[in-house]
Write a protein that binds this ligand. Structure first.
Ligand code: NAD
Length: 463
């Protein structure tokens, strides 16, 4: 699809501005109906979604079913189930200081919102965040990434079947179109992407003091303790790291492991990668490709730089530029100055760093920006608690990786450089709503107690 023209963006923005009050006052029943229609359309388009993701980055049908369709289905069902309850005013309890006041939170739609999404889960991310915006009663401009054109087409078809453009408008474009959007007044901007662009979005939001959610990235570590079931932990890391060919914001970026387990760990990685993808992963039907040439070049040049500076290839390491294929690769001894150790990898390369004492591993993590996720593998609860207390991360999963994102009662989000604000489930609804504080004075108004002129009696009321 071609980029949305600037004049179309302006028109869509104006019609949405006119329509925002209607959508804001939609009932739980209306919003639930929209979400049910969306769910139905997602499920009935599963084949088209799978084909599109295969065309965009060779993603297997099963991987699309798990990480794109199921993730959206799970989120929509969760919202549909709870929306009526979430929309109700919530009492915050009485206070002895204000016995005559009924205090509650009222959830009002923010109004007109902008959602900007990246390419790495090009179906899941737009749909999940859009669902929250609809649930909260907003009109929405949904800007898709320019790098997944086939999936964008399916997203557009599904949305345009259900929503009028004055309610939800799909925008395609690059920096020019996004910059144009960012200059407009929105009540909330929800951005998913890199920390570098997140800073641009935050600056733009300050123009109109728009509220923001920033879902960003970072270097998410996995930390092994000594006493674990190594094979199981390595299988967990392999799945989380190599699903979507490593192009996952919460994938383990690197592994910190006890030095004395080095040979066992490396042996197991070789064995388990072969079990997962066969002798030549390029022939595996389950293994995706790198999204585009720019990302392929970034990763292949970091890999060759790492090798030339003495990195050892534990497993994988082969490439094929024509297919934008990079084998699932595990490295050790990567120079700390290499981009694989300084930047978010966002590809199928896993460096292992060996530590002698856990304090070294913690200090290594803390020298970097706060990550989006941190994984800890240990049978010792004290070890896990110690790692959690001594570090900071958007989320943590103990003895597995990535499943925290699917837990219906946990928020998803980063911290500082890895993100601001929270998404999914109740937290997504809350982000797209204004939580308005209401004090309903039932008996004597406070102004009657503290009326002018102030006297000694007024002062005594405070004591
Ligand atoms: P990106 O920041 O380059 O792009 C994200 C979006 O911003 C796209 O729609 C793009 O068109 C737009 N954009 C790019 N440059 C822009 C500019 N200069 N001005 C305005 N808009 C601009 O990110 P990406 O490469 O698409 O995605 C990869 C990044 O996203 C990684 O850092 C990854 O960790 C992160 N990510 C985070 C999450 C999360 O939920 N926290 C999920 C997926 C990806």
């Amino acid at each position: 699809m071609a980029n949305t023209s600037i004049s179309d963006i302006d028109n869509l923005y104006s019609v949405q501005a006119k329509h925002r009050e209607t959508v804001k006052h939609s009932t739980a029943q209306q919003r639930t109906k929209w979400l049910e229609e969306l769910l139905k359309a997602v499920l009935s388009n599963e084949d088209a979604i799978q084909k599109a993701l295969y065309l965009d980055f060779h993603k297997s049908a099963m991987e699309t079913a798990i990480t794109e369709v199921f993730a959206v289905e799970h989120e929509l069902k969760q919202i549909i189930k709870h929306l009526t309850k979430w929309m109700k005013d919530k009492s915050v309890g009485r206070s002895l200081l204000f016995p005559n006041v009924s205090a509650y939170l009222h959830y009002e739609a923010k109004g007109q919102v902008l959602i900007i999404t990246p390419w790495n889960y090009p179906f899941q991310l737009p749909m999940v965040h859009l669902a929250a915006a609809i649930a909260a009663g907003n009109v929405t401009m949904l800007k898709l990434s320019e790098f997944a054109p086939n999936t964008n087409q399916v997203v557009r078809t599904i949305i345009e079947k259900i929503f009028k453009p004055e309610h939800v408008a799909v925008i395609e474009g690059e920096v020019t179109e996004t910059t144009h959007l960012l200059n407009k007044r929105f009540d909330h901007i929800h951005f998913t992407g890199s920390p570098a662009v997140g800073k641009i979005v935050m600056q733009a939001a300050s123009l109109h003091l728009a509220d923001i959610t920033l879902e960003l990235g970072g270097k998410s570590p996995a930390i092994f303790d000594r006493n674990i079931s190594l094979r199981k932990a390595i299988k967990n890391v392999i799945w989380a790291k190599f699903v979507n060919a490593g192009q996952t914001c919460i994938a383990p970026d690197y592994l910190l492991a006890p030095r004395q387990l080095k040979s066992e760990i490396e042996q197991l990685f070789k064995q388990e990668l072969e079990h997962a993808f066969g002798e030549n992963p390029q022939h595996s039907p389950d293994y995706a490709r790198i999204i585009n040439e720019k990302q392929y070049k970034r990763l292949s040049s970091a890999l060759s730089d790492a090798k030339s500076l003495g990195a050892q290839v534990v497993a994988g390491g082969s490439l094929d530029e024509r297919e934008r294929y990079i084998a699932p690769t595990v490295l050790s001894n990567v120079a700390t100055s290499n981009p694989l150790m300084t930047d978010e990898i966002f590809g199928p390369i896993l460096p292992i760093i060996y530590y002698n004492q856990i304090a070294e591993a913690i200090s290594f993590v803390n020298q970097k920006e706060k990550p989006l996720a941190l994984y800890v593998f240990s049978q010792d609860n004290k070890f896990c608690k110690h790692v959690i207390r001594q570090t900071s991360a958007g989320s943590t999963c103990i003895n597995d990786a990535m499943i925290q994102i699917l837990h219906p009662n946990l928020p998803f989000g980063g911290v500082n450089n890895s993100g601001i604000g929270q998404s999914t489930g109740w937290y997504g609804f809350k982000s797209f709503s204004h939580e308005r504080a209401v004090a309903d004075v039932k008996l004597i108004p406070m102004s009657k107690m503290f009326w002018f002129p102030y006297t000694e009696k007024t002062y005594k009321l405070l004591k």
